[in-house]
Design a protein around this ligand. Sequence first.
Ligand code: ADP
Length: 537
Amino acid sequence: MMDTQLILTGFLKRAERYFPNKQIISRTSPTITHRIAFKDYVKRTRRLADALKNIGMTRGTKVGTFGWNHHRHLEAYFAIPCSGAILHTINIRLAPEHIVYIINHAEDEILLIDEDLFPLVEPALAHLKSVKHIIIMGDSLGVPTSSFPNVHNYEQLLQEADENFEFPEDIDEYSQAGMCYTSATTGMPKGVVYTHRSIVLHSIALGLAESFALKENDVALPVVPMFHVNAWGLPFAAINYGANLVLPGPMFTPALLLDLIEQEKVTLAAGVPTIWLGVLAEQERQARDLSSLRQIISGGSASPKGLIQAFIEKLGVPYVNAYGMTETSPLVSMSHPTSEMDNYSADELLDLRVTQGLTSSLIETEVVNENGPVPNDGQTMGELRIRGPWIASEYYKDERTVDSFRDGWLYTGDIAVLTKEGYIKITDRTKDLIKSGGEWISSVDLENALMSHPAVFEAAVIAVPHPKWQERPLACVVLKENAHAGKDELIAHLENDFAKWSLPDDVVFLKEIPKTSVGKFLKAKLREDLKDYEVPL
Ligand code: ADP
């Protein structure tokens, strides 16, 4: 067979040739919506590549982006890798010292920064070692005043560039195309490098019926930020498959998302569970027409059962749990039921939908403990390990590689069991497991059960030190507005489903659960905040 290269340029050519009139709907503010046909998008992307070349981008140059989800960011997604350079998407919500660290560590030479985000980067500029040019992305033609010498305006640069720019054809599929750093709850973020090959294969996988089933007649809304694992790969895949792409810009409020879904007739939307919790509450407050939605994809952290149930039963929208990591591009598995489950009751099906599901084609997973792979018994816990063509094999220039990559596998640090059907069910991250008197207690199961109580908005369960049992579970609960429930009622709510020894020793009520930059529960912070807490003996 031929050895043609799996490179992203092929996606652009397909978009131009077969889907010239498909649309990118991009919001750069609540009042400004850009509608760009794919044929014009590709021209702008060629212009951007030419403009970047004109200021010194060559093969291997790292170009950082610091932006929301919008069409300019999408132009960078292709202009940079298709030129043989490397797209480094920077998480805008990282702490300032982490931002400085990753730009220096990646050795970014050019930065593309959203106009409204420039003030976040400005204080860091003096500490950046490799950056030579900054390009401001925005609707205006100006640039902010700054002591940094080379600050350009994106649209201005594009105007002066060539829309017929030709991308090189001799890019090796194994060459670096992009990079993203993990959001790091402890220590400095770790860099993951994606290759053309890994992105192409991952994008194709998003079109499989067993995964997102993305296709030409879809209208895809990645709510997950473009600075977080390439918005789960949706932008790349949508260009290849010719799906309309809705990019919501800086305003991620539930109301705005619901308006967009209704107006643009979105068929597929992807985001973390906290987004969908907010969307559900807003939809209950003011209902929009969601009949266009064929699927909500939720990932990044566990979805509470009640949330999945509410989407399916109250809103009539299929809600599918997807599992992955920055290191895995990210798609590893999804919780679609198979036809073998046609005779399952609604409850049994819901139990499967909460899991992380079946592993994607081309990816291998195993759950292993000291005795080897665990059986499909829904009980024996082990660490999930993964391998495959879009799974990282190392961290970028980082000694911590040895901790996670061994024997050809990525060790995820996620503790899981396998259901009898072989579905992966994550019970915890290694560092969040509660080890009580030699037994492991899953915080995720307790959280899910707590969040199924009608008064509970969010719940996180953490380990607190205990003189006799080493650790005991403590529930941290945020109640819904105007809702009431006390400790005894919440513990009683759990009693039927959990052994007595695994119930939380206490419940603390909080105004909010601290979250990571991408909206996951930040349990390290909760543990820190509650470190002086003493469990009632
Ligand atoms: P970071 O590691 O930077 O927080 P990632 O997005 O790479 O960001 O996080 C990956 C982790 O998120 C996984 O190891 C797992 O613990 C968790 N995760 C991802 N998807 C799911 C899911 N569907 N259910 C439960 N946990 C998930």
